[in-house]
Design a protein around this ligand. Structure first.
Ligand code: TPP
Ligand code: MG
Length: 610
């Protein structure tokens, strides 16, 4: 019997994809998003058609947002499954670069398969080929290099024998996890080769759980034992490791409070007494007060981005030590932390065993009650017929309509900050925030990806008018595919959060709200009509009460359901938060800028001299 099989490289690739399993026995690649062009229609297109019953191919409307959908799918699946995305060469490929960067920052798996120029160079230059005058090996796909965890260019069919195992190793490695880009030369996709049959045998990719080094564990445990006021800062890694139960048990046993980053939010139920809630720039007073005074910060599964640390101002207490439990050595050693390199779940378990008998000083139990008394007043504020609703009131209305199976999601604009502060997540996975890249335009495609990952969940997407306008066309895909989720569009007629940031740094209101941008006609976008034109069910509501009525109907709607509400661009939750480093001009004719510059310099000095 022959030990090889003659396949095109594209056929070999899709056959290999179908044989890669996760440890639950599911195919790791759940489907392939594709927009065809000359760079992939003949090669990959033919191959995908051949396997369409076992490996579904989906057609989107934009390469970037197809990839956002795939990435959101992987995030909601806690990285246990992923999707592939293929494009033609040229613009289709470069459209995916932003999504690659998003997956790179958020450490999320996605397999990107842009077509690439002819390896033979026969038609040189082929349609859409960029030409480097000094380097014949460069193509548009080289843009993916800095935003891929693994990059390869398939210029011979047998390259797949080494490239594909590396691709899966990268996507399933907890530390290196991120986007893989395989630039797939157009002619090579169609070229046949005698592949060894063994290459296509089922392969299981297990989740690696690295145990801590004995020395690192002992040093971390000693540091924690000598701390009286430690706090855990829990990030997305706790979710990806499936460590939420272990974290809760650890926190309870040692009475250590937990603060949640954007990616970490929902690791503990919002009302768990030890969950002090959101930390950092979009954080609340309970976590931020305790962090500022903590003598030890125990980061678990966090990359300590500046929104978490308040540009390190929040963590600048000279007394404090930092231990960082992370699966990536790069993160574990950030900012002088004592590294504890391990999988979050087994790392927490071993740390717990090493800390037997240790209990931290209790934190004042009034902190949370005081915080919620203040913020609940904002979310529950009654509607005022003479004023536009605030974004906080919108969050309140959605919260009242939410239940245990609701997942709220967002990425950019006002709502990530409001939701981090205000949303009450009842259980892990109830909160999905892409705040590593905070990419406008992730929302609608991402909501579709979440619903595809967990069809039984009630997915509610928050989007501003700005981010809706940035990328909305996968709404039509969701309508066509019957993927049901709710989109709440808060229309404040512009980039409200950046307008507030501009004012906060002494700037004139300029070029953010549509009224402050060059125009001849006032902009009045009818979002409900726009969404309806793409096949969504949509409604514009005029008040918080009407929003609640519209939300109550969402379970009956098949496909995307869009609710539009006008909101006031100026107010936001005034409580909580902490300093965030945004560079203010050193020289300006505006006195307001000069004042903010002085405050900026003082804040930097305070952080740097503690
Ligand atoms: C792709 C992209 N471009 C620019 C930004 C910078 N940015 C962050 S939020 C924002 C405005 C968001 O406006 P909107 O969605 O209407 O939300 P609002 O703050 O008005 O509620 C901008 C321009 C970004 N995060 N992503
Ligand atoms: Mg807006």
């Amino acid at each position: 019997m022959s030990k090889t099989i003659r396949l095109t490289a594209a056929q070999a690739l899709v056959r290999y994809l179908g044989a890669q399993m996760n440890e639950n026995g599911e195919p790791f690649i759940a489907g392939v998003w594709a927009i065809f062009g000359h760079g992939n229609v003949a090669g990959l297109g033919e191959a995908l058609h051949g396997v369409r019953d076992s490996l579904p191919t989906y057609r989107g409307h934009n390469e970037q947002t197809m990839a956002h959908c795939a990435i959101a799918y992987a995030k909601q699946m806690r990285r246990s499954r992923a999707m592939a995305v293929t494009s033609s060469i040229g613009p289709g490929a470069t459209n995916m670069v932003t999504a690659a960067a998003l997956a790179h920052v958020n450490r999320l798996p996605v397999l990107l398969l842009p077509g690439d120029v002819f390896a033979s160079r026969g038609p040189d230059p082929v349609l859409q080929q960029t030409e480097d005058f000094t380097d014949g090996t460069v193509s548009a796909n080289d843009c993916f290099r800095p935003v891929s965890r693994y990059f390869d260019r398939i210029t011979r069919p047998e390259h797949l024998l080494t490239a594909l195992p590396r691709a899966f190793r990268t996507m399933t490695d907890p530390a290196d996890c991120g986007p893989v880009t395989l630039g797939f030369c157009q002619d090579v996709q169609a070229e046949a080769y005698d592949y060894p049959l063994s290459f296509f045998e089922p392969c299981i990719w297990h989740q690696r759980r690295i145990r801590p080094d004995a020395g690192e564990l002992a040093r971390a445990a000693d540091a924690i034992r000598s701390a009286k006021r430690p706090i855990i800062v829990a990030g997305g890694g706790v979710h990806y490791s499936g460590a939420t139960d272990a974290l809760q048990a650890f926190a309870e046993t040692h009475s250590i409070p937990v603060a949640e980053t954007q990616a970490g939010k929902s690791v503990l139920a919002w009302d768990h007494p030890l969950n002090l809630g959101p930390v950092g720039v979009t954080g609340g007073e309970p976590a931020n007060t305790v962090c500022a005074e903590a003598d030890l910060i125990l980061g678990i599964g966090t990359r300590f981005q500046d929104f978490t640390t308040g540009s390190w101002g929040l963590f600048s207490n000279p007394e404090r030590k930092m231990v960082c439990l992370n699966t990536a050595a790069y993160d574990a050693a950030k900012h002088g932390a004592m590294p504890l390199l391990a999988d979050a779940r087994v790392g927490i378990e071993e740390l717990g065993a090493a800390l037997q008998g240790y209990r931290a000083d209790p934190v004042p139990d009034t902190l949370k009650a005081e915080w919620f008394a203040k913020v609940d007043a904002l979310t529950h504020a009654p509607g005022d017929a003479n004023a536009l609703p605030t974004d906080m009131q919108v969050v309140g209305a959605v919260q009242r309509a939410a239940h245990d199976d609701t997942v709220v999601m967002c990425a950019a604009g006002t709502m990530p900050g409001e939701l981090h502060k205000l949303w009450k997540a009842p259980r892990p996975g109830a909160y999905h925030m892409e705040y590593g890249f905070s990419c406008m335009g992730y929302e609608i495609a991402g909501a579709m990806g979440i619903k595809m990952a967990q069809p039984d969940r009630d997915v509610i997407c928050f989007t501003g008018d700005g981010t809706y306008m940035m990328a909305n066309s996968e709404m039509a895909t969701a309508a066509m595919m019957g993927v049901s989720f709710t989109v709440v569009i808060t229309d404040n007629r512009g980039f409200g959060c950046i307008n507030r940031l501009q004012m906060g740094t002494g700037g004139a209101e300029f070029n953010n709200l549509l009224d402050h941008a060059v125009h001849e006609m006032p902009s009045a976008i009818d979002f409900a009509a726009h969404a309806a034109a793409m096949g969504a069910t949509s409604v514009k509501v005029g008040s918080i009460a009407e929003l609640e009525e519209a939300l109550a109907k969402r379970a009956e709607v098949k496909g995307p359901y869009v609710i539009v509400i006008d909101t006031d661009p100026y107010p936001s939750t005034e409580y909580g938060g902490t300093w965030w480093e945004v560079a203010v001009p050193e020289v300006s004719t505006r006195p307001a800028v000069n004042e903010k510059r002085a405050a900026y310099e003082a804040a930097i000095k305070e952080r740097n001299t503690k």
